[in-house]
Design a protein around this ligand. Structure first.
Ligand code: NAP
Length: 292
């Protein structure tokens, strides 16, 4: 079994970006990070994004509207950031408080600044195999992890557990694309799927993104499969200072010995998500510079 080290691969991407950014004359790329309210996971994700940006030399503008912000006010903020010449990328940290329509917010971000890739235009470009857009960061990170670990999906059966807009659907489309490294045969499973384990046992590459702690067990996995665990779940653990531990959607102790390659949680897909956000921000900056 080989551990796919997301921290190491993400650090390599950050180093490549740092070199690229340091060679840029004049203004550096800038990302606006919008975090609404004080959701503890969002606080830590945005802090990590801000820190990684700083390490690479990307400037960040952190905007912290209160949890009580209205839809109209948040749309106005997005409009201001869309019009701001100094901002190359905009990220609105999900999840948003219940009163807000997340999809409408994502759609309002100008496609050229939509570095989280969740707007209609950028998701559509993924479906069209069009590389000019921004691929949403977690699916892009999964594809990059696979590529940099020497996993070619051509001829492989890729089974995706989960069909969310954030992970399952776009990663399935990426694995399906008719291009080098992809070209997989893809099955997508969800809560309405019958005989789930029969399907997961057929997977050469299993991508688990369902948000159920340690759901995938050894009996659901084909020996020699590549396992990508996207899940980040907080499970109560009195032995930890925080009172919880992080676990994936895969039961690592029983599945890892069977797998050819597997990502750990934490330290697998998580760091890649942040690295791809930075990569998209530099791409947005370059595209805007070319246009002006
Ligand atoms: P989500 O929006 O809640 O979607 C979960 C998906 O899993 C849905 O499609 C759901 O099916 C399916 N599902 C749930 N329970 C199932 C079951 N028992 N059997 C089969 N399918 C089931 O979650 P998400 O945003 O995709 O996130 C998934 C996990 O990845 C979470 O743990 C999240 O924290 C993590 N995540 C990690 C990163 C990272 O950077 N590593 C980024 C994003 C998310 P239905 O569609 O039928 O409801």
């Amino acid at each position: 079994m080989e551990l796919i080290d997301g921290n190491r691969i993400a650090a390599a991407i950050a180093a490549e970006l740092k070199q690229k950014v340091s060679a840029l004359p004049g203004r550096k790329p800038c990302i606006a990070l919008v975090r609404v309210g004080e959701d503890p996971a969002s606080v830590s994700y945005v802090r990590k994004k801000e820190k990684t940006a700083e390490e690479i030399g990307i400037s960040s503008r952190v905007i912290l509207p209160p949890a009580t912000i209205s839809q109209a006010e948040l749309l106005t903020l997005i409009d201001q950031l869309n019009a701001d010449e100094g901002v190359d990328g905009i990220l609105v940290q999900s999840p948003l408080p219940k009163q807000l329509d997340e999809l409408q917010i994502f759609r309002r971000i100008a496609p050229g600044k939509d570095v989280d890739g969740l707007g209609t235009m950028n998701l559509g470009k993924v479906a069209q195999d069009d590389d000019t857009g921004f691929v949403s960061c977690t699916p892009a990170g999964i594809m990059e992890l696979l590529a940099r670990s020497g996993v070619d999906l051509k001829g492989k059966h890729v089974v995706v557990l989960g069909r969310s807009l954030l992970v399952g659907k776009p990663v399935a489309l990426l694995a399906l694309q008719k291009k080098s490294g992809a070209n997989g045969t893809v099955t997508v499973c969800h809560s309405g799927t019958a005989n789930l384990a029969v399907l997961t046992r057929q997977a050469d590459v299993l991508i688990a993104a369902i948000g159920r702690p340690e759901f995938v067990t050894a009996d659901m996995v084909k020996p020699g499969a590549v396992i990508i665990d996207v899940g980040i779940n907080r499970v109560a653990d009195a032995s930890k200072k925080t009172g919880y531990r992080l676990t994936g959607d895969v039961h690592f102790p029983s599945v890892a010995p069977l797998a050819a390659k597997i990502t750990p949680v934490p330290g697998g897909v998580g760091p890649m998500t942040v690295a791809m956000l930075m990569k998209n921000t530099v791409k947005a900056f370059e595209q805007r510079s070319q246009r002006s």
